[in-house]
Design a protein around this ligand. Structure first.
Ligand SMILES: Cc1cc2nc3c(=O)[nH]c(=O)nc-3n(C[C@H](O)[C@H](O)[C@H](O)COP(=O)(O)OP(=O)(O)OC[C@H]3O[C@@H](n4cnc5c(N)ncnc54)[C@H](O)[C@@H]3O)c2cc1C
Length: 356
């Protein structure tokens, strides 16, 4: 947006330690659709926009007062700094998870989980969310439904149990309609949902919860506790684990410094569509500033999340967290048509963002 509006009048530097992006939902494709990282990776190499430079560097320090970012390759000073480093996983917060389970929230973890998923032909699979907030609240439910499909496809569903546990009371608390639809689907597929359960540790073959419950498993698919990346915590910008921002503007308390996406506390769920919506508001502000115009409308916290319901059906929940007096999450029932809408969502962004 900055490049399209201002072209060479503005220098935009994008710094990422990686050389590509992949949609969060691609993790489910790695686990259940036989995809490999090469087929879901969207390289930055084709980005060609006036004024934009993409640097593959590791950020080692952030000075928000001075708006200076230090990397393994040097120092970058900025007039405006946008922190978008996402959330990291704290596997150590749930001892035993790394050793005895399969976390599936990183790309490497999702890829590694495909083998144990394919190998399960009897016993119990536990999908355990180890902390909240966590990215894409529907994703663990999608995982349970896609696992059920996978076991049915191999003719072993009757010999397996699936249990999904979460610290939250319902599958998607901000949308009671979505939670009800997911609960009905779980019931019809024989998936047990246990809400309000937080694991304290994992032992070989069993998850131990805060209330003392022990759940034996043959396959554990875990969502690790999340936290802001160390470099962000060390910058002193975080409060209660993440970077507080003004929800309307995404401004931090530091002059000229913004934070968007999973790293920020903007009053919206941690999901890519909200990172995108927040980033657009920041871009509009910077464009307005450069042109001496009035600032844009406040961030509305709206976004649509596609939910894999299994059997190749997709549902959609339309979230609106900030524009009205109440948070709303309107549910659109699963259908084959929403499958093609989700495909277009991905391919349209791959084209616009990466020139692919
Ligand atoms: C299983 C699963 C399914 C999901 N499905 C959906 C979905 O259907 N819809 C949806 O909207 N969201 C979904 N999400 C959530 C979505 O992936 C995230 O919310 C989104 O990627 C957050 O974007 P972000 O830019 O804040 O962070 P990220 O996408 O995590 O990007 C952070 C970037 O910072 C870089 N970085 C981090 N530290 C450093 C450093 N020190 N130096 C340099 N670079 C660094 C990383 O390389 C990365 O490119 C899903 C997530 C999971 C796990």
């Amino acid at each position: 947006m900055l490049s399209e509006a201002l072209g060479d009048e503005i220098e935009v530097t994008v710094i990422d330690r990686g050389d590509s992006f992949a949609f969060g939902f691609s993790k489910l494709d790695l686990m259940f659709r036989g995809a490999g990282m090469d087929s879901v990776r969207l390289p930055y190499a084709e980005i060609a926009k006036p004024g934009v430079t993409v640097l593959k560097e590791e950020i080692t320090a952030i000075d928000p007062e001075e708006r200076v970012v230090t990397t393994d390759a040097g120092r970058h000073e900025a007039d405006a700094l946008v922190i978008a480093l996402g959330a990291d996983y704290d596997l150590g917060a749930t001892p035993g998870l790394a050793e005895h389970g399969n976390e599936f929230y990183s790309f490497a973890g999702a890829e590694a989980a495909a083998g144990p998923i394919a190998g399960l032909d009897s016993g119990r699979a536990v999908i355990a969310v180890c902390g909240a907030p966590f990215k894409c609240p529907p994703a663990p439910s999608e995982c349970a439904l896609m696992l059920s499909d996978e076991l049915s496809r191999r003719g072993v569903r009757d010999r397996c149990e699936i249990t999904l546990t979460m610290p939250l009371g319902t599958p998607v608390p901000p949308s009671p309609e979505t939670s009800a639809a997911l609960s009905a689907e779980f019931e019809s597929r024989g998936i047990d949902f246990l809400g309000g359960m937080r694991p304290t540790r994992v032992e070989p073959g069993s998850v131990v919860y805060e209330d003392g419950t022990e759940l034996p498993f043959d396959l554990l698919l875990g969502v690790p506790k999340h936290r802001a990346p160390d470099v962000v915590i060390e910058s002193g910008m975080t409060e209660d684990g993440y970077v507080p921002v003004d929800s309307a503007t995404l401004k931090t308390k530091y002059e000229g410094v913004y934070a968007v996406g999973d790293v920020a506390t903007a009053g919206v769920p941690k999901a890519g569509v909200f990172a995108e919506g927040a980033a657009k508001v920041v871009a509009r502000q910077l464009i307005a500033e450069a042109r001496g115009e009035e600032g844009p409308a406040p961030y509305d916290g709206r976004g649509s999340c596609y939910i894999e319901f299994g059997e190749d059906r997709i549902a959609r929940v339309d979230i609106d967290f900030l524009s009205g007096p109440e948070k709303t999450g309107e549910f659109n029932a699963p259908s084959a048509q929403l499958r093609s809408e989700k495909d277009d969502f991905g391919s349209g962004r791959a084209a616009r963002w990466f020139g692919l």
